[in-house]
Design a protein around this ligand. Structure first.
Ligand code: FES
Length: 141
């Protein structure tokens, strides 16, 4: 299988890196697993080792993987239980609680809410996310 590399958008990446680095935590590529497995699910929760508040939501559409904060910036709905929709010509997730739409590339929505978006890479068939905490596909014990 040919490796797919999700190119990191530089301005957004720089903003995210700057924001994360202020936490005095080391941001690094956190391995999630094999692309062949991960890309089978359209939406899924990604667990962060420190706990629920830092979990992420992963979305896969047309072979591309997007990772955003798990909890909706409106009132905390679980975005990983949302639906991927084509909206205004780009790929969005619809929050299951109040149906606000968030662009998967930018994390923005029409009324000014915003989800953090995290860089994703696929290298040698392995998906990794640039994040400051260890991540897993299952809850940490
Ligand atoms: S909690 Fe997501 S739209 Fe309200």
């Amino acid at each position: 299988m040919e490796d797919k590399q999700v190119k990191v958008a530089s301005p957004l990446t720089n903003i995210i890196r700057a924001r994360l680095s202020t936490d005095n935590l080391q941001v690094q590529w956190q391995v999630l697993g094999e692309y062949a497995d991960i890309s089978k699910m359209r939406c899924r929760r990604i667990y962060a080792k420190p706990g629920k508040k830092l979990d992420l939501a992963l979305f896969c559409d047309s072979g591309r993987i997007y990772v955003l904060d798990a909890w909706c910036s409106h009132m905390g709905g679980p975005l990983f239980d949302g639906q991927i929709e084509d909206y205004n010509g780009s790929c969005h997730v619809m929050c299951p609680w109040h149906a606000y739409m968030f662009d998967l590339k930018t994390g923005k929505n029409e009324i000014g809410l915003k989800q953090k978006v995290y860089p994703v890479k696929v290298e040698n068939g392995i998906v990794s996310v640039l994040y400051q905490h260890e991540l897993g596909l299952h809850p940490f014990l």
